[in-house]
Unconditional design. Sequence first.
Length: 218
Amino acid sequence: MQRAHHDVAFVIGALGPGGTQRVLSAVSEALAERGVRICIVTLAPPEDDFFPLPEGISRLVIGGNRESSTLIDAVAANLRRLLALRRALKQAGALDDVSEVILGGPMMGAAVGDLNVPTTKGISGILVLSRNGTAAPSSRVYPCIKCGQCVDVCPMRLNPSRLGLLARKGRYAVMDEEFNLKACFECGCCSYVCPSRIPLVQLFRVAKATNREMEVRT
């Protein structure tokens, strides 16, 4: 089995009709046009595709998308899928030099420190980054410069800048009562655009958890 190195490997059941499949096809094509080496791993064969695979993108089919008749058959089928997926990712070079594993995707996901962390139904994706992909010029967090970029990108029309300042002061109740903290669904846009590298979403998660704990106690 010939092994190649790819910059990005996408894993999806099939490229049939659907919003996720359409986005994956469009994103793959855009990345490929920029010189990113893409590999798409699917369970279903190309005959089942609804969206065409863009030129210059590798495709690996691992199969195993049939229905299981019994519980034991289902467990055995899942194990076969996992082993086949591991072989496919190795063949694509996606497991080389791994430094970070994120459950939930690049924007809303959280990094895990141990691969024994279980995956659940609510996890939308698994992002594996190489050391080159996680290298950052600096991890230092700077003070808020009140540029307003986080306010501009917030889909819920919140004020992440003000919420972040309150969070760093530990004023979690005020965040909830006066600035509608619960409306935040942690999309990650504010953290992404922040030039000061303030981990806004992480601060909001701590604030929500603290408020929930206080509600239980009272």
